[in-house]
Design a binder for this molecule. Structure first.
Ligand SMILES: Nc1ncnc2c1ncn2[C@@H]1O[C@H](COP(=O)(O)OP(=O)(O)OP(=O)(O)O)[C@@H](O)[C@H]1O
Length: 443
């Protein structure tokens, strides 16, 4: 990938001039591939390449060629552009639609296409880390071993999973792993940030709309849930959904069908729903801002992503992983971390979790002038200084970490936790209260 570029789109078909211009302005390179049979895309998995199957203006031989290429390059994420007149029942067209990671309906909504490309590009780069489905869930700490075991257990089960955890703990990474380890792995994985949807368009974004459903709805458009047919939809920040959309989502979960805005025709869609939240949904239910019945529908299986500060040595493991990954694409003097940097990383509280670690490591890899990254490169001096100044604070943090780690290792069995820590059950409860640990939230 060229520095400063988002990556390369291999466009199988004919982009319109304005579509090309917008993509190029957004930093994408475009490699156009004709519809001749036997053509080579020039694309390889791991290049950060995204392929785009443009079904507009496609005749039967072109569709057959597209179908074959998608099968040959199944390791590359494909986005499909579909036209209303696309013959979806024709076998090769059906396979093309089924193999798309995301399907967009023509006329192309360019911001939506750019967003889909960005997601697919990120996935393509993550896939470089290896064939193991959980390759990107780096971590060997007891809490992560337990979390990964849950992912293994939950992935093949066709039930909703509610993923909880602070920001940046890897909720989307876990959702993608659940999808890729499920029988739906050949279907699309469609992540939606519910908090980022424009309030007046939430319904249409999720469920689609018919032509003329509202002012400006010039074309029929399928929604995110429908575009995940055969795959998995990931509703990130589900607590941000307005109540009206919650009602429709509940109906979809109960009946397995949805109605596009402006239509009363139910459409059956086969989609697994995963949802995530970093807010306390139980509290939102108690406050009346989240439907209780929807909460129970989403919370069938629950996966908690532990904060980075509870993952012990994983901080160093992840830091080295991010540094190695960075060095595959960029020049850096840095090869590893000094012991002072390791200590600083261990004592820091990581409020932004894995995302913050990734950002700090990338920055450090750029500014470091030595083979070993130091605390200053990570900009962690102040924090470490603060902790060293206050032994009391360090003790409190260590006590909290110990109780949290032990509770998880004991599967939240208070008696077991008390036994392991050689304290009484009453003390376990007292410490939970002291450190404001809500057992329900941690599970
Ligand atoms: N265990 C992990 N191993 C490697 N990378 C990880 C891991 N967990 C998270 N990451 C990386 O950290 C970043 C944040 O992860 P992700 O977006 O999944 O977090 P999130 O919990 O969904 O965040 P938010 O709540 O803000 O949406 C991503 O770049 C992701 O690839």
């Amino acid at each position: 990938m060229v520095n400063g570029s988002r990556g390369c789109v291999v466009w199988f078909g004919h982009p319109a001039e304005h579509e090309r211009d917008i993509l190029i302005r957004a930093g994408w390179q475009i490699r156009r591939v004709g519809t001749a049979i036997g053509v080579d895309t020039g694309a390889h998995q791991g290049d950060g390449v995204v392929a785009l199957a443009d079904m507009r203006h496609c005749d039967a031989p072109a569709l057959a060629s597209m179908d074959r290429l998608m099968a040959e390059h199944s390791g590359i994420p494909w986005i499909v552009l579909r036209a209303p007149e696309t013959p979806a029942r024709e076998p090769s067209a059906k396979r093309v639609l089924e193999s798309g990671r995301e399907i967009l309906m023509a006329p192309v909504d360019m911001p939506r296409l750019l967003e889909a490309l960005r997601r697919a590009g990120n996935a393509a780069r993550q896939d470089v880390t290896g064939g193991d489905h959980l390759a990107e869930m780096v971590g060997r700490s007891p809490v992560m071993v337990t979390t990964v075991a849950s992912v293994h257990k939950f992935a093949p089960v066709e039930l909703p999973v509610l993923i909880t955890g602070e920001t940046g703990t890897g909720k989307e990474v876990a959702a993608a792993a659940l999808h890729r380890m499920s029988a739906r792995r050949a279907g699309p994985f469609v992540p939606i940030n519910c908090g980022a949807l424009a309030p007046n368009l939430v319904q249409s974004e999720l469920f689609g709309h018919e032509r003329g459903a509202f002012t400006g709805a010039n074309m029929r458009r399928i929604g995110h849930i429908e575009s995940a047919a055969g795959g998995t939809v990931f509703l990130d920040e589900v607590g941000d959904l307005p109540l009206e959309a919650q009602t429709n989502l509940l109906r979809f979960l109960q009946e397995g069908s949805l109605e596009r805005v402006g239509s009363s025709q139910p459409i059956s869609i086969d989609v697994r729903v995963l949802a995530a939240t970093h807010v306390d949904l139980e509290k939102a239910v108690a406050q009346g801002s989240f439907r209780e019945d929807l909460y129970y529908r989403l919370n069938v299986l629950r996966l908690h992503m532990p904060p980075l500060r509870e993952r012990g040595g994983d901080v160093e493991l992840l830091a080295q992983h991010f540094l190695d990954h960075f060095r595959e694409q960029h020049c850096s003097y840095a090869r590893g971390f000094s012991s002072a940097a390791r200590r600083a990383m261990r004592s820091y509280s990581w409020p932004g979790n894995v995302r913050e670690l990734l950002n700090r490591v990338q920055r450090a890899a750029v500014v470091a002038e030595d083979a070993l990254i130091g605390p200053a490169d990570l900009d962690l001096r102040t924090n470490v200084g603060m902790i060293h100044r206050s032994l009391g604070l360090a003790r409190v943090a260590a006590e909290r970490d110990a109780i949290v780690a032990c509770l998880r290792e004991s599967q939240f069995n208070i008696s077991e936790c008390a036994r392991r820590l050689s304290i009484s059950r009453v003390t376990v409860y007292r410490l939970c209260k002291k450190h404001q640990l809500q057992l329900e939230d941690m599970r």
